[in-house]
Write a protein that binds this ligand. Structure first.
Ligand code: ADP
Ligand code: MG
Length: 267
């Protein structure tokens, strides 16, 4: 194995990092939200944890192009994607979900999947509207893909349900299925099981593992410690915008710096 020569806290930055973030910085009103260097290895299911306000969601916004950084670089599969638009980054294979899924008013679950490929800000192609009798090849392909995903995620019985009538857990499942419409190879999930009942949480866990087994690389933010310690390895701990610790769930769980950061976070 070769090393990149880039290090933080004495630890090797992912040697085969698919996603690499270097000194990526964002301030809000003079307060540093994120100033991080980290790597996510190809094929990994990496966790991102840290106290409230640690800068986790901001990091996702910077990496996925929803926010412009004040400084630093983002590399996706060796390509510098800093300052690219969300739709360009999505086209390169990185997609993110939101802590609070956006409401898709007036759309059924199937329709919400069909517009997913055209849903990134900056995307110039308008959503396609499906009119009986005038289905193009592209539309036929999208319809087929949506149907496959509805079945794979076991939500085909919800295909014609209005998106606004889904439970919190069902919305998270639909969000994950929607993300898969563009066939990403890196998925950033922001709190995928927050507020989800145990049955749906188990289903979501299975789906995330299945996709990871098929080669999708994950970076997952989650406050539920049992969930993240169970599903992710390694785990990166962010505190005050910076990487505090990276390691196995066991190492992170017992690290005093992590305990201190969390205790500090609630005081
Ligand atoms: P986390 O997701 O780890 O809880 P965030 O990335 O949401 O943390 O927030 C990190 C810090 O940046 C917090 O202090 C938060 O208040 C601040 N912040 C995040 N987004 C904005 C924004 N759009 N405007 C001003 N401050 C923000
Ligand atoms: Mg957050």
């Amino acid at each position: 194995m070769s090393t990149t020569g880039l290090e933080y806290d004495g630890a090797d930055l992912g040697k085969d990092a698919l996603l690499r973030v270097e000194d990526l910085r964002k301030e809000f009103g003079g307060i540093v939200a994120t100033d991080a260097t980290l790597g996510v290895e190809r094929g990994s299911l990496t966790g991102l944890i840290g106290p409230n306000g640690a800068g986790k969601s901001t990091l996702f916004n910077l990496v996925s192009g929803f926010l412009d950084p004040d400084a630093g670089r983002v590399y996706l599969d060796g390509v510098d994607v800093t300052d690219r638009r969300p739709d360009e980054i999505a086209q390169r294979g990185l997609l993110r979900t939101f802590q609070t899924p956006r409401t898709l008013e007036g759309m059924t679950v199937r329709e919400s999947l069909l517009v997913a490929p055209f849903d990134q800000p900056g995307e110039s192609i308008l959503p396609l509207y499906f009119q009986p009798g005038s289905v193009t090849d592209t539309e036929r392909e999208l319809l087929g893909r949506a149907q496959q995903l509805l079945e794979a995620f076991e939500i085909d019985h919800l295909a014609t349900t209005p998106s606004t009538e889904l439970s919190g857990g069902q919305s998270k499942l639909v969000e994950l299925a929607r993300a898969m419409m563009t066939d990403p190879y890196v998925l950033l999930l922001d709190e995928p099981v927050a507020g989800v009942n145990p049955v749906l949480e188990a289903e979501l866990t299975d789906h995330i593992r299945r996709l990871n087994d098929r080669g999708v690389t994950f970076l997952v933010i989650e406050h539920d410690m049992d969930f993240i310690m169970d599903i992710a390895d390694p785990i990166i701990v962010l505190n005050q915008g910076r990487v505090l610790v990276e390691g196995s769930p066991e190492a992170v769980r017992t690290d005093e710096r992590v305990l201190d950061a969390y205790l500090g976070g609630v005081s």
